[in-house]
Structures are given as structure tokens and as C-alpha cells.
Design a protein around this ligand. Structure first.
Ligand code: GLN
Length: 273
């Protein structure tokens, strides 16, 4: 069949679950990232079982990134699977914030807490060539993905540690920058989330208890007490519904705390030093 015919099949099979623009996008990502093709309507491909299976998984709301096995972030593709969060555009904004704030200093020591795919430390290492970059995650499976990404994208060069941020950590090392995109979505926010996130992305990486939604920020501050240099900076992604609570928490320990909005106009980042 031709790619135009495949597009037709995508549209007819997915129109119950997605709107027109989403289908168009899914189709383009599919042919580019899964079939390694660019869209030429008359190009002929073999129909195969994989394509049928993939379309039925899309009908079940499986994220396209789990079907292609990768997600584009900042300027690279990252391997993803069910153990890692799919990197989000908001996190690219966090990277951009650090890049612009630290342009003049290439030899920073940086650690990412809760690294998932490793998208943050790997992208930072590409931007700050001489930086000494580390990352931790609680999940063995996520660390396997992060290490594969580090190998593929930057030939390793990152120190990974399997650590639980909720427990006491002592790395005997101090950093210029501590960065984290920790779990911050309250269970009560689940109802506004899409099935493709709820059913397929790791809850360990997403959710926190309604009663203690800032638990990871408290732990990041504890970590920073031991591991942040005197002039160091903390950068975190935050819950858009809890910006002032998060700011107050950081202000107990740091004199210069800023909330930063994302492209949608929501407070999504915090910096502290
Ligand atoms: N640091 C990773 C990311 O930003 C994972 C974050 C997480 O699992 N909470 O995508």
C-alpha cells in the first residue's frame, strides 16, 4: 500500500479516539520515527503485522513514544519505555533556563535528582562540555535506559547512582547546580489527566500523596544541605497549582528564590540560591 493509503487507515481507525490534528501528528511521528520515512504519499510500503498491532495499541491510548521507543527532547532522541517518564517540552524550558543563566561557566558540577531517561543530565553535558555531571534515580530499570541514552548520545560521561531521594543520601561531593523534575502531581489531579499518561507512564515518577505534595522538594533541600556549594543553585520543575507553597518552602532556606513561568504561562520552574 502507499503511505497515502496508510494515512487513510490511521484516520479511519483512530478518529474515535483522537482529533484530526492529533491523528495527523501521530501519523507523521509514526512514519518518521518507526518506519524511518518522510511523507511521500505515493511511496509504497509493505503492510505488515507490526503496523496493525501498532495502530491497535494507539487505539488503546498507548503513547506514540512507547510505540516508536523514543522521544525527541531538546536536540536528541532519547530511548523511552514504561519505566521512564516521556520527556516533556516544559523540561526543555528548564534546560534553557540553566543554559542562559550559566552561559559563562563551562566547568560546572551538576547533579540531576530523579533522572528517568537521563534527558536532563545528558542535554546539560552537551551544552556544558567541561561540566562534571551526575544523576540519581531510584529505579534500576530507568537507570538502564538512562545509561543507554548516555552511551548513544554522548559516549557515557555521566556518573549514575541508584539512590532513593526519600532516604538519606551522602555522595561526599558538592555541586554547583542541583536540578530535579521530581514527582509532583497530586493523586487528586488524576481526573484531569489523559489515559495515555495514566495507563502507560510510571506512577512512581509522576504522583505524590495529596497530604504531602511537596515531599520531594523537602528532600531536595535536605540533599542540598549536604551537597550544594555555598554559591550553588537549585533548579526544579514544580506543580503549577502549588507555586507559592513551593516558593515559601525554599525561602525558609534560600534568600533568592524565583518562580518562572513556562510557555503556557503557568508557574512551572523554581530557582533558588
Ligand atoms: N528527569 C526526567 C524528566 O524530566 C524524569 C522526571 C521524573 O521521572 N519525574 O523527564
Amino acid at each position: 500500500m502507499t503511505l497515502a493509503e496508510l494515512k487513510q487507515i490511521f484516520t479511519s481507525k483512530l478518529e474515535q479516539c483522537y482529533d484530526k490534528d492529533e491523528i495527523e501528528q501521530l501519523f507523521l511521528i509514526y512514519i518518521e520515527d518507526k518506519l524511518n520515512l518522510t511523507y511521500n504519499p505515493s511511496f509504497i510500503i509493505e503492510n505488515n503485522d507490526d503496523i496493525e498491532k501498532d495502530i491497535s495499541q494507539l487505539q488503546e491510548n498507548k503513547p506514540i513514544q512507547h510505540i516508536t521507543g523514543k522521544a525527541f527532547f531538546y536536540d536528541n532522541f532519547f530511548k523511552v519505555n514504561e519505566f521512564t517518564l516521556i520527556p516533556r517540552p516544559e523540561t526543555e524550558e528548564l534546560i534553557e533556563l540553566i543554559r542562559t543563566n550559566h552561559l559563562e561557566n563551562d566547568s560546572l558540577s551538576i547533579i540531576d535528582l530523579g533522572t528517568g531517561t537521563g534527558c536532563i543530565p545528558i542535554t546539560l553535558k552537551k551544552l556544558f562540555h567541561n561540566a562534571d555531571v551526575s544523576a540519581i534515580d531510584i529505579s534500576k530499570e530507568a537507570l538502564i535506559v538512562a545509561k543507554t541514552n548516555a552511551e548513544n548520545i554522548i559516549n557515557n560521561e555521566i556518573s549514575f547512582y541508584e539512590k532513593d531521594l526519600l532516604k538519606d543520601i551522602n555522595l561526599n561531593k558538592k555541586f554547583d547546580i542541583i536540578i530535579s523534575n521530581p514527582p509532583y502531581i497530586r493523586e487528586l489531579e488524576k481526573q484531569e489527566m489523559h489515559k495515555n499518561v495514566l495507563d502507560f507512564e510510571p506512577h512512581l515518577a509522576l504522583f505524590v500523596d495529596n497530604n504531602d505534595p511537596l515531599i520531594f522538594y523537602k528532600r531536595i533541600i535536605e540533599f542540598a544541605k549536604k551537597h550544594l556549594k555555598n554559591q550553588g543553585f537549585i533548579y526544579c520543575e514544580i506543580n503549577q497549582y502549588l507555586p507559592y507553597e513551593t516558593k515559601e518552602l525554599f525561602e525558609e532556606y534560600y534568600s533568592n528564590v524565583k518562580l518562572i513561568k513556562d510557555i503556557s504561562g503557568n508557574y512551572r520552574m523554581i530557582s533558588a540560591n
